[in-house]
Design a protein around this ligand. Sequence first.
Ligand code: UDP
Length: 253
Amino acid sequence: MRRRRIYEGKAKVLFEGPQPGTIVQYFKDDATAFNNQKRGTITGKGVLNNSISEYLMLRLEAIGVPTHFVRRLNMREQLVREVEIIPIEVVVRNVAAGSISKRLGIEEGTTLPRPILEYYYKKDELGDPMVSEEHIAAFGWASSMDLDDMVPLALRVNDFLTGLFLGVGLRLIDFKLEFGRLWEEDEMRIVLADEISPDSCRLWDVKTNEKMDKDRFRHDLGKVEEAYQEVARRLGVLPDSIPAEGSRPMLVQ
Ligand code: UDP
């Protein structure tokens, strides 16, 4: 079956879905970091992120957080609702790491006094610059009503995922969310979109402080594949075998 390719990103390809208003997200093994300057592959990452994101989106739906997720189709693909992506990445931080440590000189691993939200404008050419609510409102990237939905949702997601990961021995250091506008008749709802996975979260082992996320790739720490597998294993979603990219998709029963 030939499907229309809508968009190819760094880690995913989007295809037209089987029904109007649906999209198929195909998860690749490709990895990029530092605004595309570092490129590589993490074998099996697509399969693992597909399952991890499915699991987290379903758990979030179950506590009433609206998401774009419909169902997983096979090892590398999931069906999602088509949304109008809001061009803002919302980062929630619990512990200093990555860019906040660098920018503000806070030692990595310092617990923040409270969860901190940051916004980044999605623009590859500019390297996703950090922006303020002022910029977002003035340039119309999201309305203040959109933000009134997004901010409490991001904080709820943080509270819930912090507890969920702690339950499997992982500290949720920080993560990135994307939101979309879902149109139903003439009504618009803000829903969680994209993915939630070790590509978009920092996760540290509670006991050893070992990094279990994309930082292993970013900083050449080794055991990258193993870290993604371990996150999936702890969440109870590690598949028995991981088919290579390009192999024939298998339908989920
Ligand atoms: N993040 C992401 N996509 C981006 C930028 C950041 O998923 O384009 C995630 C990243 O994995 C981390 C959090 O958002 O969990 C905060 O990232 P940070 O601002 O520290 O950026 P970094 O230094 O990792 O590029």
